[in-house]
Design a protein around this ligand. Sequence first.
Ligand code: 5AD
Ligand code: SF4
Length: 445
Amino acid sequence: MKIFIKTYGCQMNERDSEALGALFSAQGDELVSDEKSADVLLFNTCSVRDAAERKAKGKIGFMRKLKKEKPHLIIGVLGCMAQRLGDELLAELPHLDFVLGTGQIHKAPEVVAQLRAERSRLALTEPFPEEVEMLGAHGESSWSGQIAITRGCNRFCSYCIVPYVRGREVSRSQESILLEAQSMVDNGVREILLLGQNVAAYGLNGDIRPPADDHSPFAELLEKLNEIPGLLRIRYTSPYVSYFNKRLIDALSSCSKVCHNIHLPLQSGSNTILKAMNRQYTAESYLEKVAQLRAAMPDLTFSTDVIVGFPGETEEDFLRTRALMNEVGFEQAFIFKYSPRPGAKSAELEDSIPEEVKLERNNILLDDLKARISAKLETLKGSVVEVLVEGVSNRNAARWTGRTGTNFVVHFEPDENCTPGTLRKVEVSRSGGVSLFGRLLPEDK
Ligand code: 5AD
Ligand code: SF4
């Protein structure tokens, strides 16, 4: 069979799709990138904002024509939107064959086989904690790979649908993560990205109270991964600010392979809005954590997520967010316009901020970000940075790209020893847009 998989949303979905593809490949199916040649179309969906759902529904709706031409075609919707809407999706999209929620994704090969034998329709949305171990398969290895270390979320931020569609937070065992990491490294992986909705809460058994200063199972995991020979870099996303205790900060600064870049969702710089969002920190305590982290790792860079236009967000609230973002000096940021999610707590509040105000606030923060990034890149001119080589640049075939541990992309002309997944030094000569350009230095002998 030829299987087409289209993924929407976050890196966790990308990871699930990779595992899903690997399950089909393992039984001899072929993964294809063109929907017209496929026998099975799978859409792994996102529910985090309304736009993400509309986009997926639009695309799936469009597949009706293909199904008319190829009646044997099987179409399935998986993941977060599948979990949220279940049977409703079958009713809304008559050409859809099946729906598998976030805890049922691993059943896709079995369900496809069943539907090919007896044409019917089904929706499965039961939660499956075992899912945590079940989606451990990996596709073709490259120099980088991802491991889901936790699933679900217990934090219930008031705007967020994730705890409802991905269920309660479950951590995998350290042993199974280390085995997975070792086998990836044996297959050539040099950089591992650890994934979870709240990675720094790893191993805390779903307790939402941040642990005592000397306790961090996530720190222990990083230390163990740091010892794997052949692994060059460890990244992680996303941590919640309150879990960076002394134990974790010490581990981050002592583990040489752990990258000095943190994606630290802020959401808002106004204490009133943070409270309404059910975020368990204040602007002041967030800044304090950033200061502690920077004191331990002066070259640390930060990225963040921010929501503009949360119900009741005044101009003053917004200006606090703006000021705080500039104070931290985030090197990267993802700005989202608030989107009420039916089922999440804040959907009960009136979506009071007009779309044009959301857009205006969004654009102001993006302009600030642009200015900050170019100023930051300027400061790197003339310095020598270490990059993990990624491969040929997709903008200019004569150049290659690499990424610094602090997450800056650097373009350079390759030499004959240039190989993806190796560490090299580059002397930065100029900055352009959101990346750097430089001269590759000869390999260290
Ligand atoms: N509206 C807008 N943005 C949202 N996010 C999560 N839920 C919503 C929502 N209802 C954003 C948060 C989160 C990121 C992944 O998506 O900023 O960190
Ligand atoms: Fe959503 Fe908050 Fe959990 Fe992140 S921490 S997934 S924003 S509920």
